[in-house]
Design a protein around this ligand. Structure first.
Ligand SMILES: [Zn+2]
Length: 254
């Protein structure tokens, strides 16, 4: 653990934690309110007083995609905390220079903003998100990496698609030739699916790609069209299960 918690008194604590900058908005004459995804406490809002002054070091570091080490004085019951110190861990120079990188990195930020709740702890998701931004900065394989991340965040926030056996007759999917899916029932074997309404059809190849996304082995990568299909499928899956989630806008505006 890279952070420490020092008890100042019963009411508040000094916290040192890593954080990814998700969003910043101007506030009053000279300040900014920033939404950060912290390693210790999940998503949190902070006020940075005087952030818009050229002399504000913290203000300069509060920029979307930056990974920071921050220190703040955590007061319980306060919606917005105050950052007292910030140091840069990682600035993703290449993400800002490449529209494709920017598109997928923005989609990651958007998912963290829309799918996590303030102060709900997601340490594993933090590590995965820090890693994906680093990979986007370094590699050119954004779409497939994003698909893997989308599967990862879907699981991390508590939604898992049953990929083991048919939701109706429980036949293992290893014994069926293709699958059909609808949001109410889930994944169905070929026999159960053929007379039912479905939203998605999975060839064995597409199904295996979906099933392999959670494994560390990156061998089955699928075609570009299949990657698009699965991104679209998972986006729809999240929209069906999370009422207030209205899709991944970043994927459509770039
Ligand atoms: Zn079945």
């Amino acid at each position: 653990m890279s952070s420490f918690i020092l008890r100042k008194n019963n009411m508040s604590q000094i916290i040192k934690t890593k954080a990814i900058v998700l969003k910043k908005v101007d506030f009053s004459d000279s300040s900014r309110i920033a939404t950060l995804f912290t390693e210790e406490f999940g998503k949190m809002s902070f006020i940075i007083k005087g952030a818009r002054s050229a002399k504000s070091k913290i203000g300069m570091l509060i920029d979307t995609f930056n990974v920071l080490q921050i220190v703040f004085y955590k007061k319980p019951g306060r919606d917005v905390q105050i950052i007292t110190q910030a140091d840069l861990i990682k600035h993703h120079t290449k993400i800002m220079e490449d529209l494709e990188k920017l598109k997928y990195a923005s989609a990651v930020i958007e998912l963290l903003l829309k799918l996590t709740v303030e102060e709900e702890i997601h340490s594993k998701l933090f590590i995965g998100s820090e890693k994906i931004l680093k990979l986007f900065n370094e590699s050119n394989d954004m779409k497939f990496l994003f698909l893997k991340y989308l599967m990862f965040i879907t699981k991390d926030i508590g939604y898992e698609i049953n990929l083991e056996s048919c939701s109706i007759c429980e036949t293992p999917f290893s014994k069926t030739k293709s699958m059909k899916y609808n949001h109410e029932i889930g994944m169905m074997c070929y026999s159960c699916g053929k007379d039912r309404v479905y939203t998605n059809e999975f060839s064995l190849e597409l199904f295996n790609l979906l099933a392999s996304l959670s494994s560390r082995n990156n061998e089955s990568r699928g075609s570009d069209a299949d990657i698009n299909r699965l991104i679209n499928f998972l986006e729809r899956f999240l929209m069906y299960h999370i009422q207030e989630f209205n899709g991944i806008k970043s994927l459509h505006i770039f």
